[in-house]
Design a protein around this ligand. Structure first.
Ligand code: PMP
Length: 383
């Protein structure tokens, strides 16, 4: 049986063919690491890393490639922001829709004297922007927001939150795990201090690499959480003060740099607007089809506004894990069921601890994929 991949919120698949090709080229014909040696192959790898940073700048509307930190992944970038910025006594705000990549480090920090509050969200996961200011305290230093929910696809009004943060002098970090590569994002227009994104989801690259874009004033207040060799300032045992080296200790994931650079080349050629339009068209089709299926209920926004193509479905008459298993076994539909590393989001949406079956779309999905998923949902929900 042919399978249909609808688990792009976990990781995107397939990748543009150039991703694997460039990674293989690197591993078979280049081999050198970056920022260390000066022979030709090393310089070539360094040029690819610079091109990757420049592409990230273009993607997020920034202009300084040194402010693009290449991380081992989104979880790593978010940990750096939280652990490297917050000190005992500080207060932090998060939404009621955060992933555990934010909540677990924040709970660790809470045990060490950081306090936090959750900005309430409605039953579709939408942030109550009017609740942000009343929650700010004199000791509030940071707001962290999941731009798009990995459970319901809900996209928050980051510009409104950014405006409040800017006015009140609070740093603002966006977790763009579900929106980077899916929606246009403008770092400056959103008033961001930091933006973290994984390379392996909407950016269409491999896993094991992510990006963290930093505002210079925020970067100056950020302490590295991991230090080590950078290939620079080798006369010193202290971490270099300059970017990106300060936050890039150790030999980087160079195959990942090649893969992600090729993926961003693809995305630039196709254009984020075209990806977003495709996502919206497929989401509209999925939502319309789902409304006609009585045994399956959508969890999250019921329209294409303010969301991305991450669609959670509850099968009220069934165990959702059984539903997901049947979708795979009988129809080849690949989804993810359960709580999606986001118990807070499921609590907000009213699906904790039952969980949902999540269908998540990517740029290589088609209308035929959506129709096949809908047919399968109808069959499984009918018993
Ligand atoms: N935040 C959100 C909203 C996510 O969806 C994810 C991935 N599921 C993460 C953070 C963590 O990303 P990664 O697992 O790639 O480090």
């Amino acid at each position: 049986m042919e399978t249909i991949y609808l688990d792009n919120a976990a990781t995107s698949f397939p990748k543009p063919p150039a991703v694997a090709r460039r990674m293989a080229e690197y591993l078979t014909a280049v081999g050198a690491t970056v920022n260390r040696s000066v022979y030709g192959a090393a310089q070539e790898a360094g040029a690819v890393a610079l091109r990757l940073r420049q592409r990230i700048c273009r993607l997020f509307g920034t202009d300084d490639p040194t402010r693009v930190i290449l991380t081992p992944g989104n979880t790593w970038g978010l940990n750096l922001v939280l652990r490297g910025f917050l000190r005992p006594g500080d207060h932090c705000l998060v939404s009621a829709m955060e992933h555990n990549a934010v909540m677990r480090p924040l709970q660790d920090l809470a045990a060490a004297g950081v306090t936090f509050d959750r900005i309430p969200c409605d039953g579709a996961g939408r942030l109550d922007v009017s609740a942000v200011e009343p929650l700010l305290r004199p000791e509030t230093r940071l707001v962290v927001l999941a731009h798009g929910s990995n459970v319901s696809g809900t996209v928050q009004d980051a510009a409104a939150v950014g405006e409040i943060c800017r006015r009140r002098g609070v740093a603002f970090c966006l977790d763009a795990a579900q929106t980077a590569g899916h929606l246009p994002i403008d770092f400056r227009a959103l008033g961001l201090s930091a933006l973290s994104a994984p390379g392996h989801k909407g950016l269409l690259g491999p896993s094991g690499i992510g990006v963290l874009v930093l505002d210079p004033a925020f970067a100056a207040q950020l302490t590295p959480v991991v230090t080590g060799g950078t290939g620079s300032a080798s006369d010193s045992e202290l971490q270099p003060p300059y970017l990106p080296d300060r936050f890039e200790p150790g030999t980087p994931n160079v195959p990942g740099i090649y893969g992600l650079e090729a993926a961003l080349d693809y995305l630039e050629t196709v254009g984020i607007d075209a990806v977003a339009t495709h996502d919206r068209r497929l989401t509209a089709r999925f939502l319309a089809g789902l409304r006609a299926i009585p045994g399956a209920a959508l969890v999250g926004p019921d329209g294409t506004e303010g969301r991305v193509g991450v669609l959670s479905v509850d099968f009220p008459g069934l165990d959702n894990a059984v539903a997901a298993d049947r979708l795979e076994q009988e129809f080849g539909i690949l989804t993810r069921c359960g709580l999606h590393c986001a118990p807070a989001a499921h609590r907000t949406l009213g699906t904790f601890p039952r969980g949902t079956v999540r269908f998540s779309l990517g740029p290589f999905n088609t209308e035929a994929h959506v129709d096949a998923a809908l047919e399968a949902i109808a069959a499984v929900s009918a018993g």
